[in-house]
Design a protein around this ligand. Structure first.
Ligand SMILES: Cc1cc2nc3c(=O)[nH]c(=O)nc-3n(C[C@H](O)[C@H](O)[C@H](O)COP(=O)(O)OP(=O)(O)OC[C@H]3O[C@@H](n4cnc5c(N)ncnc54)[C@H](O)[C@@H]3O)c2cc1C
Length: 310
C-alpha cells in the first residue's frame, strides 16, 4: 500500500507530512487506513468550505462526513481546557486512542484533539470528552478564550493510533492482554481513553503499567483519576514523573522527580508478559523517539510498539 501523504497535527499546527514520517509510525494501520483513506487524502479546499457538513474528496469523489457537536461542559485544569461535546450523529463511533478533527465556524484551519473518554460513553450518552492544552494556534486559542457553553463545532473521527487487543497466537487460544502505556504532557489524552476502555473489557488476567511524565505536577490532568483506578485494580500500576518542577513532600509517594529512564521502562516491562505485551506511546516527538528507542533496546519488537506522529 502506498501512503502518499498524511495530515498531521502538532497541537498547535496542522501540516502535511510526507511518506517518510508516515512510515516512521511503528504500525501501518491498514484497516483504519482503508476506513479513513478518504479523510487522510482530503482536499485542503475543505478548510475554506463554509458549508462544511459534507465535503467531497477530490481524489475519490467520495463524501467525507462531518457531524455537528455542541459544547455542553467546559472545565479548566491548569493550562488545559476540558470540553464535553454532545454529538448530533447517533451512529458516530471511534476506536480508543483516536482523535477528532475539530472545525470551528469562522476559524481556520482546523486541528485535532484526542478523545479522553472511552467509546462506551459516546455509545451510551452521545457525548465525548476532549482535553486541549493552551497554545496560540487559532483553533486552540478559540477553545481557551472564546468557547462557551452551547457553541457548535464540526467534528470528524480520524487517526491511526488506537488500541487493538492482541490477536490469538493459535486458533482458540487468546493471549493475555498486557500493556505498557507511556504518556507525556497532554499526550495522556488518548492513553487515558485507552486505559478506560481496557478496564471495561476482558483482559484475560492481563496487566497494565503506565509511565506518565509532565513538566510539573500541576499539569498532570487525570492524575487523581489514574491513582483512583490503581486503588481499585491490582493489575494496573501507574508511575508519575515531574521532569522540571520539584514535587511537594505530600505528593512524593506518587510522583517521582525527573524523566522516564530506560531502566524504568525495563522494570515496567518485567512486570508484564513480554511475549505479548503491547506498548502505546503518546507525547511530544522527542519523547516518542526516546521511548521507542528504550523499548527496542529492552527487547520489545517494533511491531508491538504503537504511536503516531502528529
Ligand atoms: C496521537 C496524539 C494525540 C494528541 N492529542 C492531543 C490532544 O488531545 N490535545 C492537545 O492539546 N494536544 C494533543 N496532542 C499534541 C501533543 O501531545 C502535544 O503537542 C505534544 O505532545 C506536546 O505536549 P506538551 O506541551 O504537553 O509536552 P511538554 O509539556 O513539552 O512535555 C511533556 C513531557 O515530555 C517530556 N519530554 C519531552 N521531551 C522528552 C525527551 N526527549 N525525552 C524524555 N522526555 C521528554 C518532558 O520532560 C515532559 O515531562 C496529541 C499528539 C499526538 C501525537
Amino acid at each position: 500500500m502506498v501512503h502518499t501523504s498524511k495530515v498531521c497535527k502538532l497541537g498547535h499546527q496542522s501540516l502535511s507530512h510526507d511518506n517518510n514520517l508516515w512510515s516512521h509510525s511503528s504500525k501501518v494501520f491498514t484497516s483504519l487506513y482503508e476506513d479513513h483513506r478518504d479523510n487522510i487524502a482530503f482536499s485542503w479546499t475543505l478548510l475554506l468550505s463554509t458549508n462544511f457538513s459534507m465535503a467531497s474528496d477530490s481524489s475519490t469523489n467520495n463524501e467525507i462526513v462531518w457531524t455537528e457537536a455542541s459544547v455542553i461542559d467546559i472545565k479548566t485544569f491548569d493550562c488545559i481546557k476540558l470540553l464535553r461535546l454532545k454529538v448530533a450523529d447517533k451512529s458516530l463511533t471511534f476506536k480508543p486512542g483516536q482523535w477528532v478533527d475539530f472545525l470551528i465556524p469562522n476559524v481556520s484551519p482546523f486541528t485535532g484533539y484526542s478523545m479522553t473518554s472511552p467509546p462506551s460513553l459516546l455509545a451510551s450518552s452521545g457525548v465525548l470528552d476532549l482535553a486541549v492544552k493552551y497554545s496560540d494556534y487559532p483553533p486552540t486559542l478559540w477553545v481557551h478564550e472564546k468557547c462557551k457553553m452551547g457553541d457548535k463545532v464540526q467534528i470528524k473521527v480520524a487517526g491511526g493510533f488506537f488500541y487493538t487487543p492482541p490477536s490469538p497466537s493459535s486458533p482458540g487460544e487468546l493471549e493475555r492482554d498486557d500493556m505498557l502505556l507511556l504518556a507525556a504532557g497532554i499526550g495522556i489524552s488518548p492513553i487515558y481513553c485507552i486505559l478506560q476502555h481496557y478496564l471495561e473489557r476482558d483482559h484475560r488476567g492481563g496487566k497494565v503499567a503506565l509511565l506518565y511524565s509532565c513538566k510539573s505536577p500541576a499539569e498532570m490532568v487525570f492524575k487523581d483519576e489514574i491513582l483512583e483506578i490503581a486503588r481499585h485494580h491490582d493489575f494496573f500500576t501507574p508511575k508519575l514523573y515531574s521532569s522540571k518542577d520539584s514535587v511537594d513532600e505530600k505528593d512524593k509517594k506518587n510522583i517521582k522527580e525527573g524523566r522516564i529512564t530506560e531502566s524504568e521502562i525495563q522494570e515496567a516491562l518485567s512486570s508484564l508478559n513480554q511475549a505479548s505485551a503491547q506498548v502505546y506511546i503518546c507525547g511530544p516527538p522527542a519523547f516518542l523517539d526516546k521511548m521507542e528507542t528504550f523499548c527496542l533496546s529492552s527487547g520489545l519488537p517494533k511491531d508491538r510498539i504503537y504511536y503516531e506522529n502528529w
